[in-house]
Design a protein around this ligand. Structure first.
Ligand SMILES: Cc1cc2nc3c(=O)[nH]c(=O)nc-3n(C[C@H](O)[C@H](O)[C@H](O)COP(=O)(O)O)c2cc1C
Length: 366
């Protein structure tokens, strides 16, 4: 009898042998310390979850101009690098592997989060239609961002490259480029937010240029086998639209093949995307476009994930809210144990409550 491949089948991802395919999805928890420096509390949180095949950190700004929410960590100051060293050491001590998610939020920021209160930057001067900016003083209306000049774009690429180099110094095992969920790189990709007339706007080749340049710069630091890219083709969050998302993401995913990345991380369409009238394209549609490992995410439980892997629709599955609430999610999946329920009231910001106090299973020696 041959056993089907499932979440517990080991997998070679780039230069790492993962003991399982249960990945912790990137999740902002807004609990960084002063100066947006990771703390011992953050180290405990990630170390508790070290049995994941791979941990992906919360989105981490590569420049102070890329911050979009209170208390999100950065990777641009020496103190932040030191703070992250604490996290990576704690995870490695528990035998885990951890990639840093590199972020610039673009227009989702607010002047109150920007150095000297300047306007957030974006491909074009278009404010998000829905929602509000999250600031230290509570929610505020979004401002219309400033469109980046063409000659500023090398500086954006350099910020990502420097962030990648800092991540290496912080002891990470790799990095994930955040190209999803309506932040800067996604704003460039999609034609609802990108109305540029230079080499970075118009055709899909031009709209994908910044993501590809950023990826190339990061691959130059890390080597492709320790770099992943996250995309969200169906996402409508942060007022994102595209007139032809299948073509936009089909081209982009195909173009990413040139690097030989560790993985591509795609987010499935959600109920919110459906409510907002987005084009709902399941990740399996893009499977044939990518010539490497595909990680899927969004609404998966154990059985759905096992089925996707057994069918060959994806190679790994990342779990967000379930991992947030279950520090030992792989063990619970494997032993078919009941799961802790996530508490949304403690998702963003706060202290150790709803962060490091979700119970793990008692160790049972039989
Ligand atoms: C509290 C919270 C914070 C999140 N922060 C991020 C983030 O920093 N970067 C990112 O790419 N996605 C982020 N997401 C999206 C998750 O990675 C994931 O796509 C989403 O939770 C759907 O997966 P799930 O159904 O397994 O929870 C966040 C989700 C949650 C619930």
């Amino acid at each position: 009898m041959s056993l089907a491949i499932n979440l517990f089948s080991p997998l070679q991802l780039g230069c790492y042998t993962l003991p399982n395919r249960v990945v912790m999805a990137p999740m902002s928890r807004n609990r960084a310390g002063e100066g947006n420096v990771p703390t011992a509390l953050n180290a405990t949180y990630y170390a508790q979850r070290a049995s994941a095949g791979l941990l992906i950190t919360e989105a981490t700004q590569v420049t102070p101009y890329g911050q979009g929410y209170p208390a999100t960590p950065g990777i641009h100051s020496p103190e932040q690098v030191k703070g992250w060293q604490r996290v990576t050491e704690a995870v490695h001590t528990r035998g885990g592997r951890i990639f840093l998610q590199l972020q610039h939020v673009g227009r989702i920021s607010h002047p109150s989060l920007q150095p000297n209160g300047v306007l957030p930057v974006a491909p074009s001067a278009i404010a998000p239609e829905e929602g509000e900016a999250a600031t230290y003083e509570g929610s505020k209306p979004y401002v219309t961002p400033r469109a980046l000049e063409t000659d500023e774009l090398p500086g954006i690429v350099e910020a990502y490259r420097q962030g990648a180099e800092n991540a290496l110094a912080a002891g990470f095992d790799g990095v994930e480029v955040h190209g999803a969920n309506g932040y800067l790189l996604d704003q460039f990709l999609r034609d609802g937010t990108n109305k540029r007339t230079d080499a970075y706007g118009g055709s899909v080749e031009n709209r994908a240029r910044l993501l590809l340049e950023v990826t190339e710069a990061i691959v130059g630091v890390w080597g492709a086998d320790r770099v992943g890219v996250r995309l969200s083709p169906s996402n409508t969050f942060n007022s994102m639209t595209d007139s032809d998302s299948k073509a936009t993401f089909g081209y982009t995913i195909n173009a990413l093949n040139r690097f030989g990345l560790a993985y591509l991380h795609l987010i499935e369409p959600s109920e919110a995307d459906e409510r907002h009238g987005g084009t709902l394209t399941p990740t399996v549609y893009f499977r044939p476009f990518f010539k490497g490992l595909l990680m899927t995410n969004g609404g998966y439980d154990r059985d759905k994930a096992n089925a996707a892997i057994a069918r060959g629709d994806a190679d790994l599955v990342s779990f967000g809210t379930l991992f947030l609430a279950n520090p030992d999610l792989p063990e619970r999946f494997q032993s078919d144990t009941a799961l802790n329920a996530p508490d949304p009231s403690t998702f963003y910001g706060g202290d150790e409550r709803g962060y490091i106090d979700y119970p793990a299973l008692e160790l049972q020696v039989r």
